[in-house]
Design a protein around this ligand. Structure first.
Ligand code: FAD
Length: 460
């Protein structure tokens, strides 16, 4: 591993009574290409101790509902099965005020955390670190940035203006971070007989009994876990990748569908990059498709992570975009909105716009939406709400409620982009001001958009 992925957070003391090394798995819910896991294994080998991977399930995680929980637990079910084969101890505890975690920290020599990018995750890690400092001073603590190709704080130390400012930095650095060789072998494979609150056999049944938000049901179109991600990625690289340059067309289904797996850390962006490189070197992917995909996976994605890291108000209407955009919105605040819809009408796809309704249906039923339609969908909400702030809040609310990949750095950057962030000023026009405008004529001109509508009509 490139050592720049690692931050050594605190020194502890050698504790001869320690029973294991602990990896607190949170952001990076996978075995493959997980630098944090690998680092925990090498620490366990150094201390000649077994490894415990701890997962704390929070039942009131912000904006999470049944759709998110089932997808996540489907992934963890596979993780647990793999750990059993690798003789790594895995426990899942229902987290309430860090109490279960303390049981394990008390017995740990070292804790490894994976890096979390949004505010809630950062705060959670800070609290755990403070708790260790106060109550478990012997424990060494490290944190590893393993979900990005170039770690967010290495890529840049400030909020980037746009893709054009972060692209040269990432291009210069990313080869240095193609640094995952193989999972290390754990030497002490002692079975620890630790308490776990759930055996991960039936994620859907388990979620039904949890005290969580049940308002959005599991997606019957996408299943969580590395194996599903791998199947979809294989389908992408075998059948679609050389048409990726045309993937803007929502009727054609030419994208990789990796976002939800990346969101839960069920697959690593670096693994996808390495696989793309291998196929490109073997001549199976042409240059333009390869470049186009890397632009999304590396540049656009890491720009979003840069945004949530350095822009304090990344999810606050008043602080998420540029001065020129606020100025323009102020100038157009009073423009007459021709059509207004309530949040409920939007949620039920009850607008006059056939294309928009189709996009809303895709989101509602499957938990996913094509990137071009996400832009169109959000831009229309700007047009149909009484003011910009309500539009922003409604977009983010629906985004995070229905998308499996919602609540991601890409969610906040994608929504802010609709309000001018990482974009430029366009020709001034009613309601939108200088924000980029999109309309149904564009969809009709560029794509066979009725084919998209017909496909969405079949969803249940
Ligand atoms: C209004 C709006 C809301 C969005 N909300 C989300 C969200 O909640 N969660 C989410 O993950 N993405 C969001 N995006 C970004 C983007 O639409 C999705 O990441 C993409 O559609 C995922 O599909 P895919 O994996 O098939 O993409 P592919 O085209 O196969 O791309 C591969 C990967 O590259 C990255 N990527 C692709 N497009 C973008 C982009 N525009 N910006 C940043 N990274 C990108 C993603 O990690 C994606 O999985 C949003 C965009 C907009 C405009």
């Amino acid at each position: 591993m490139n050592e720049k992925r690692l931050i050594h957070l605190r020194d502890g003391r050698i504790n001869h009574d320690a029973k294991f090394v602990m990896y607190w798995m949170q952001q990076s819910q996978r075995v493959h290409y997980n630098h944090a896991l690998n680092h925990a294994i090498s620490l366990a080998n150094t201390y000649k101790l077994p490894l415990v991977v701890y997962f704390g399930l929070v039942t009131d995680y912000p904006e999470a509902n049944e759709r998110h929980y089932v997808f996540m637990l489907e992934g963890l079910k596979e993780v647990k099965e793999l750990f059993t084969k690798l003789h790594i101890n895995f426990v899942l505890r229902i987290e309430d005020g860090s109490k279960p975690m303390k049981e394990y920290l008390r017995q740990s020599q070292a804790l490894v955390m994976d890096y979390g990018y949004v505010r809630y995750q950062r705060k959670w890690r800070k609290q755990v670190l403070e708790m260790i400092e106060e109550e478990f001073p012997d424990v060494f603590v490290d944190i590893v940035d393993t979900d990005l190709i170039v770690p967010v704080r290495v890529a840049s130390d400030k909020a980037e203006y746009g893709a054009f400012t972060i692209r040269p930095k990432l291009t210069k650095l990313y080869q240095e971070f193609r640094d995952f060789k193989r999972l290390s072998r754990l030497r002490n494979t002692e079975h620890m007989f630790l308490r776990s609150d759930y055996d991960l056999i039936d994620p859907e049944g388990f979620c039904a009994g949890l005290n969580i938000d049940h308002s959005v049901k599991k997606s019957t179109y996408y299943e969580g876990g590395y194996l599903s991600a791998n199947r979809l990625f294989l389908d992408f690289t075998e059948n679609k990748v050389n048409e990726y340059v045309n993937s803007n067309d929502p009727s054609k289904n030419l994208t990789s569908k990796m976002s939800m797996y990346l969101h839960f850390g069920q697959i690593s962006a670096l693994e996808l990059l390495d696989r793309m490189f291998m196929l490109h070197e073997q001549g199976q992917i042409d240059d333009s498709s390869f470049d186009a995909y890397i632009e999304q996976l590396l540049v656009r994605r890491e720009l979003a992570f840069n945004f949530v890291t350095y822009q304090k108000g990344y999810d606050d209407f008043n602080h998420m975009t540029e001065d020129w955009a606020y100025q323009s919105m102020r100038e157009h605040e009073e423009d007459k909105r021709v059509r207004l819809y309530t949040k409920e009408q939007l949620e039920l796809a009850q607008t006059h716009d056939l294309y928009w309704n189709a996009a809303m249906k895709e989101m509602y039923f499957t938990g996913y939406m094509h990137n071009y339609m996400r832009m169109y969908w959000a831009k229309k909400i700007i047009e149909w709400m009484p003011n910009y702030q309500m539009a922003y809040e409604t977009i983010l609310y629906l985004n995070n409620k229905y998308f499996i990949d919602g609540r991601d750095p890409n969610s906040y950057a994608g929504v802010a982009w609709c309000f001018g962030k990482h974009d430029r000023a366009w020709t001034d026009r009613p309601i939108f001001g200088k924000l980029r405008y999109m309309n149904d004529k564009g969809l009709e001109r560029k794509f066979d958009i009725m084919s998209y509508v017909n496909q969405m009509d079949l969803l249940k």
